[in-house]
Design a protein around this ligand. Sequence first.
Ligand code: PLP
Length: 388
Amino acid sequence: MDKFTRLNHPPETELPPGNRPVVTPIYQSVKFEFDTVEETVRNWRGDAPGYNYQRSSNPNARQLELTLAQLQGRDDCLVTASGVGVLSSTLLSLVKQGDHVLCFVELYTPTRMLIRRLLGKFGVTHTLLSVTDLAGIERVLAGTPTRLVMFESPTNPMLRIADIAAITRLARAHGALTVMDNTLAGPHQHGQYDVDLYLHSLTKFAAGHGDVMGGAVIGGAELIAKMRPDFNALGNALDPHAAFLVQRGLKTYLLRYREESANAQRVAGFLATHPAVAAVHYPGLPSHPGHALARAQMSDFGAVLSFDLRGGAEAAARVAESLELFAMAASLGATDSLVLPSQLLGARDLDAGQRRLAGIGAGTARLSVGLESIDDLLADLAQALQRA
Ligand SMILES: *Cc1c(COP(=O)(O)O)cnc(C)c1O
């Protein structure tokens, strides 16, 4: 064999029967082949198992899909290259011209932008409420045929708690699908409810180390099977190396989530007694208006919390700049702690009234609490709050 040919057809090193790697290797191959035309045709038509093209599926993405489906307690899952990627693919797959979507001022800003601006261009209408307004939700669902209800709990950044049982019951009664962005609670929580589809940014708690992006939609086999060809056409596929990193992150996911939640509970308790702080928003605090609901719905309250500084926007900026262990950066759910002051907390698409409804104040700051020693985190907060 000529050297050029050899370099492009290297020797195969298939494992002998019974010999296997303990960790699933990264299948860094766009294409997969079969020996015969018949086998290839059967696989391409979806009548035989196996892989053909990385965008449709690959072993690393598939392993991650099956792991996440089991963690959330559902049949199946599709993974994508980012959390926003799964939001856009899911919404585009589910709605058509003339459909109506019920959404909320508390939603992650890009989600609202997708529904209001992008889907709006294709004739999809929406109603915007507060996720805690159950009477409003019932009124809208009873009065307007609605394709889907898109909600979150806890919400980002104000940590409001949605009544999942009530929302899913109302949606079911009026023939609407429920799509829940479950990123903040994580894929081990909320599986006991009658939610049709759970969405996750895997970039956050699942991957957990701030070094890889991904998204997932988890649901019943029938609905996921219907969405699969649309996801393939939209081309948001998760790279096998990224899938491998998320899969590795999941090995410590439950430990990290619980430890970060415990640290966040301590931080929330500390902030609640500090004279510079007007209010703390954390579902684990008994004073939180959604605490009883959160206790009933969740086993862990999560690593994200926000608080309002008496000194307003200037104080929020000074605290964020003075913190040494909390990086001032987007994202959440990593092992290292993060802070964002009100100036950097989204919601730019909301008018003044809607922003008031969403509850983000001039002095609000959001924290994502990591795995640093709690004593170091509290000392850092204490020194930064002196500058508030
Ligand atoms: C971060 C986030 C997303 C988007 O995920 P990316 O992976 O950053 O694209 C979606 N929803 C929520 C609630 C998030 O916090």
